[in-house]
Design a protein around this ligand. Sequence first.
Ligand SMILES: [Zn+2]
Length: 122
Amino acid sequence: MSPVRRCSRTACGRPAVATLTYVYADSTAVLGPLATYAEPHCYDLCAAHSERLTAPRGWEVLRLAPDPDSLGPTSDDLEALADAVREAARPAPSSFPADREPVEVGRRGHLRMVPSTPATDS
Ligand SMILES: [Zn+2]
């Protein structure tokens, strides 16, 4: 196993509970669950320092909640699902032909959404 990760702040040394990643392209500091691997531009922070984190001027801080359900769908899956739901919720164009087979309204990865049909078993 890897050794205990420590807060990267000078003279701190408490166990790290979160990883701060600077996304320079977006001027965003992302504070998320402790990263599995240390990467460039990533800084491990203890609880106290992650709470007191402030972004440099002109930067945003994005705090990600720890994911207690890491065995569930990945964030990519959830994002794709949210996109598909948003697309499905859009009103159909008025020119939508009513006599056609249901068409896909969204495709994200392995997720597939088709317009819902009235349920017959409820
Ligand atoms: Zn610290």
